[in-house]
Design a protein around this ligand. Structure first.
Ligand SMILES: NC(=O)c1ccc[n+]([C@@H]2O[C@H](COP(=O)([O-])OP(=O)(O)OC[C@H]3O[C@@H](n4cnc5c(N)ncnc54)[C@H](OP(=O)(O)O)[C@@H]3O)[C@@H](O)[C@H]2O)c1
Length: 439
């Protein structure tokens, strides 16, 4: 494209639901601001979505139900993919890139699971594939990792990156409600998917975590190696016991780089109440990134919703527009894709990690049970930091233990031995504790 001749950037949007519709509205509502910033107009010239009523989308010359009409529209410079899922989203993005069009997507599943197939196509055709809105909605975390923190060796990052899960844990903590009850409310409010597994089992968070880790550490996208554990087994009692010990329970995505490899894990986590991250409530998202030069920085804000997510989609469009106007599209590519800074580096198995742990054991109300439990922990090189022993409920008494750091494999062996004790009823509840290098 000859930058001199650009009067307006031509955008096509595939998928006019929450994010696509929000993007259309934001481009219209803030057009004066955007024009002033960018130096030219952004025009939506083509849209496609199922059951589209063209009357609802004024000023668009092409409105279709077939998304490939946008992908093959010669007038379109930038395709926005806000369909979700893989089919037809993958083919839409692939064909758009192959047709020499830049693509902006909000689709974290697509980037996390199939990005490594798509970035080489973008590179081959000299176009950009941008995905700021795919991680933490409106929070510009991709830009922060890629640009603001580019001088750092990033050592770890941790975040609340699924608003639905955070809403559920917040409600459980505030009102002592059960998981299932709050999940139903989250679905009624439109926060949770009809199939909530993506949210509450940590899959959505694992998509986002694997994308952030790839940029932060310069490693390949490794969603399939990310350990995921959901929050459905957390009870209001666990939240209360954690609070007694000075902690809150959050569903965290954690990525750490060490000499042994990289940790990629999503699971419920106890965090000290004093940490800012522990106090991010409701549907909010927040990510802490620790760089070796800057230390810890925190990014928080709305992780979902039409306007917040559109804010990130439009920021990507503006970035690409600036590069187009400057004739710099090709140099943007390595920065937008995933750069390999370290080559092959192993992703550690969850049994190899070292963490502190919260354990809840239901034991019979007999003399000597606590001694047997602490003996078994000691035999596996696990020391106890704190204990809460409650009043007996019928025959059984809940024992809550906070351990010092231990290797997870040894902790698992200790738990198996504790569960084998005659005086212990049922499974031991285990939740990892994260101290981020200090309490
Ligand atoms: N919602 C958020 O807050 C948020 C935040 C960050 C990222 N994202 C990501 O953004 C993407 C879109 O999410 P969304 O919440 O906007 O979803 P959505 O509201 O369901 O919108 C998707 C739109 O695409 C249409 N569509 C889907 N498949 C189609 C096909 N084959 N042909 C034509 N139209 C098709 C849908 O039509 P129907 O309505 O008929 O199905 C719907 O209008 C997803 O990847 C999501 O993970 C969403």
């Amino acid at each position: 494209m000859n930058p001199e001749s650009v009067k307006s950037l031509k955008v096509g949007i595939c998928g006019l639901g929450t994010v696509g519709g929000g993007t259309f509205a934001l481009l219209q509502n803030n057009q004066d601001e955007i024009r002033a910033r960018l130096g030219c107009d952004i025009e939506v010239v083509a849209i496609a979505s199922r059951n589209l009523d063209a009357a609802n989308w004024p000023g668009v010359s092409q409105a279709a139900s077939d998304v490939f009409a946008v992908v093959n529209d010669e007038a379109v410079d930038i395709v926005v993919e806000t369909l979700g899922g893989f089919d037809p989203a993958f083919e839409v993005v692939r064909q758009a890139l192959a047709n020499g069009k830049h693509v902006v997507t909000a689709n974290k599943a697509l980037i996390a699971e199939r990005g490594s197939e798509l970035f080489p196509i973008a590179h081959k055709h000299g176009v950009c594939l941008a995905y700021e809105s795919a991680v933490a909605g409106g929070i510009p975390i991709i830009k922060a990792l890629r640009e603001g923190l580019a001088a750092n060796r990033i050592e770890w990052l941790a975040g609340i990156i699924n608003g639905t899960g955070n809403f559920i844990l917040t409600e459980m903590a505030a009102h002592g409600r059960q998981f299932d009850d709050v999940l139903q409310q989250a679905q009624a409010l439109g926060y949770a998917e009809a199939d909530p597994a993506l949210d509450v089992e940590g899959i959505d968070a694992a998509h986002k975590l694997s994308i952030m880790a790839a940029i932060a550490f310069g490693i390949p996208l490794q969603f399939h190696k990310t350990y995921t554990e959901g929050i459905s087994h957390i009870t209001p009692e666990d939240i209360d016991y954690a609070a007694e010990l000075g902690y809150r329970i959050k569903h965290l995505g954690i990525a750490k780089l060490s000499a042994q490899g990289v940790e990629l894990r999503v699971h419920p986590t106890l965090i000290s109440k004093k940490r800012l991250l522990a106090n991010v409530d409701g549907v909010g998202n927040a990510v802490v990134v620790h760089g070796n030069a800057v230390g810890s920085t925190l990014y928080s804000g709305p992780g979902a919703g039409a306007e917040a997510t559109a804010s990130a989609v439009v920021a990507d469009i503006i970035d690409i527009g600036r590069a187009m106007l400057a004739g710099l599209e090709q140099p943007l590519l390595p920065a937008l894709g995933f750069q390999s800074l370290r080559g092959e580096i192993p992703v550690l198995d969850i049994e190899e990690i070292v963490s502190e742990y919260y354990l809840k054991i239901s034991a019979q109300d007999k003399v000597g049970v606590m001694a047997k439990i602490s003996n078994l922990l000691q035999q596996h090189a696990i020391s106890i930091e704190a204990v809460i022993q409650k009043e007996a409920v019928s025959e059984s008494v809940p024992i809550v233990i906070l351990t010092h750091s231990a290797v997870e494999k040894q902790l698992n062996q200790a738990i198996a031995a504790i569960e084998n004790l005659e005086d212990v009823n049922g499974a031991v509840m285990r939740i990892r504790v994260e101290s981020f290098g200090g309490k």
